[in-house]
Write a protein that binds this ligand. Sequence first.
Ligand code: DP6
Length: 316
Amino acid sequence: MRKIARAHTNIALIKYWGKQDPALRLPLMSSISMTLDNFYTDTYLEKSSENQFILNGQVMDNKLSKRVFDYLDLLKREFGISENLKVVSENHVPTGAGLASSSSAFAALAYAFSSYFDLALDKQELSRLARIGSGSATRSIYGGFVKWQKGDDQTSVAIPLDEHPTLPMHLLAIELNKAPKKLSSTKGMQLAEKSPFYKTWLDLNDQQIADMELAIKEQDFTKIGTLAEESAMQMHAINFASRPFFTYFEPDTLKVLAILQELKQSVELYVTIDAGPNVKVLCLAKDVEFISKYLKKHLESVELVDTSFGQGVQLL
Ligand code: DP6
């Protein structure tokens, strides 16, 4: 029977932005995320005469398929497997919403691999495998609030903080730009390390993680949002201050930030931005409609995607 693995994307509330070991994707800091419900990747594997990667019904022959095959080679070596594989993936992540699909893609692929070969890996081991594919994928193994701890190859895995949060927290993605990002996260992280503020960023991490864990435990939306916004803005400030400087922001990013600053006067919301120009709003369920209306009024042709907590990996 075909085993289809599903993994949801996640958004980092305390950001991962730097690697201690690029090959193993060991992070220089711990991070905390929220797994999202509407966006996911479904993946299954099949025996094949040659390696093949099919994404959304199209045979891929590009940088992306190379990354997938390199990753599979690594997994095959680790488990002493030599057969060629066909990878079939369906991405239910709106391109352009700025929600990294690599987190769901590599979490689904790691789970599909483990299921196809009946490896019976537990979630900690799965999370380690997902990490080697893409750092943010480490956290997509679990649902709800998830922590990915810094550490060595065995210990740098995800742990669930609250798999079924009752906090009515939503994420509203504001779609500004559908183009693939100009600078990959991997490259951005390398450049960021040249920033004079980088060490300060690392020094703040332990406290930020402890504060966020407490805020999650206390279901304190104000604290969660404030800490998430600070982490995102610090990450982008490092990029601006790097040598040479760089940024993922575009003119529209600043335009949206100004509108949201204004809106903050009348509703509680917080902002987070990843390695791209798109802005995401963290808010409470009761305010989604009000915020959406306000944004639609103040921005021409904007697309909004509303999402909340999603679950961890599953087999369909
Ligand atoms: C800004 O997981 O895409 O979204 O490990 O190089 O694949 P690689 O990076 P990736 O980076 C995500 C960066 C981020 C913050 C985060 O998700 O923690």
